[in-house]
Design a protein around this ligand. Structure first.
Ligand SMILES: [Zn+2]
Length: 130
């Protein structure tokens, strides 16, 4: 079962939840630290989840991203490796994310500045509302 990383907008702490893919859109996720429902899914697999989830799962090294969250450049490197293993261009948004990671921006900053990244395909910012 995959672990989904979240960040709490209330206390800014990070936590993870185990959710099945089916549960992901239905589940009410609240902060593990303060209980706030105002949590945000952190960047990671969200760019791929819509179409590439199963293929990427088979690569078997996505778990590495968990340890890379505080190292944007290492995360960018991992993204590049995944992209090349997929053998296809992941698109301008993806490349923008990699470029920002390589310039040292945190995934949270990138998510805030590029709201479209998680804003379509059902992964909206307001999934916690109901
Ligand atoms: Zn919190």
């Amino acid at each position: 079962m995959p672990t989904y990383p979240y960040i709490c907008r209330t206390c800014r702490k990070r936590f993870s939840r185990f959710l099945t893919y089916a549960d992901y859109e239905k589940a009410k996720v609240t902060c593990a630290h303060c209980g706030s429902p105002d949590v945000q899914r952190r960047i990671g697999r969200v760019r791929f989840a819509r179409s590439e989830d199963s293929r990427l799962d088979s690569l078997g090294d996505l778990g590495d991203l968990e340890g890379l969250e505080d190292d944007p450049r290492a995360m960018a490197k991992a993204f590049r490796r995944m992209s090349s293993e997929l053998g296809e261009d992941a698109g301008p948004e993806f490349n923008e994310v990699i470029n920002r990671l390589e310039s040292g921006q945190s995934p949270e900053e990138i998510e805030q500045e590029l709201p479209d990244l998680g804003g379509d395909g059902g992964f909206g910012d307001d999934f916690g509302d109901d």
